[in-house]
Design a binder for this molecule. Sequence first.
Ligand code: FEO
Length: 403
Amino acid sequence: MRACKVTEKIYALHADIETEDLFEGIWPIPDGVSLNSYLVKGETSCALIDLVRDWCKAPDELCKQLASIDVAIEDVNYLILNHMEPDHTGWLAEFKKLNPKVVIVATAKALELVKSFYKIEENLRAVKTGDTLDLGGIRLVFEEAPNLHWPETMVTYEPESGTLFSCDAFGSFGKLTNRIFDDEYYSEDLKNFEDETLRYYANIVASFGIFVKRAIEKLSKLDIKIVAPSHGLIWREKPSVIINRYLKYANYMDGPREKEVCVVWGSMYGNTRDGLEYVLKGLEDEHVPYTMFRVPNEDVSFVLAEAYRCEGIIMAMPTYEYKMFPPMGYVIDIFERKHIWNRKALRIGSYGWVGGAQKDYDNRIAPLKWEHVEPLEWAGQPDESTGKLLRERGRELARRVKG
Ligand code: FEO
């Protein structure tokens, strides 16, 4: 692939990562992910914004795309690192060997990481909010954006074209192929990106929602015409779409959320599954939509994305060795880390010889401060009277979700 012109002086370079490896070692990327970098060409010097890691030949792709615009690694005068996570910096030591004179530009906190991660001590330039870099006929402005998504983060802005290089912020999972701009996709493809943006946000950014809101407020002072993140689409036709989408996601943390229910269930021999059927009928009675995820069969990455946007959650699982069905413990741990707080919830489940799941669940769920409908457990198969109670629990949850 060739580098793509974003403006007369800005080029986008990207490597599509398609792998069974997990992003951050945790999250599946069945539709891939792109690592985007940007080359800004001035009259006197040029800057590369954000790098790649040595993953699925991304450095080769970067060099090839630079070559397509007659730039070699050693021609790059400045390497701007908006964020130090190794998906954007993993190839830094090799890059520095190929271009020892390059000046690395980042926040002071990021430069500490350059030293500790990559043992690079020379040609480092610390920048802070309002600092600029003149490349000759084009100027870059830096804005610190702490915790977007780690403390050292900044964004870079090019005022002439209104291009915001936002790194992780406004990013998405999903590969790009040879179409990198929002206006190059039909609406059904954009819907796929929307789903993958939510999953990316819930998986990667959700813990930092308060900082996303702060950053969007700060950035609203800029005249942003193009959003150029380091994962996913470049938004040049409708940049407000991705900015507003991120704002909506950040607001999910405290609400409002969608009036729907995320159903997370696990079952050993089908008794909990049978009981859940009655609860689902209760949701249907009240016309509240739901989406189901069986664990551990479905990855928590997808569960998290749905739980993040839904007001209601059902946790259906049996007792296993006096405690919860084990995969639910991991789901709750991830929910706590990613701030799935203050939901309307219902927990149900069967037991065989002896119970214990509810007590274990109550202890583990407490930090999330969920408002629960009265839980229901039953021995073995749910009988008709249990079924009636479960259906009523489903209705009650649905009514609370509707508010
Ligand atoms: Fe894409 Fe936080 O790295």
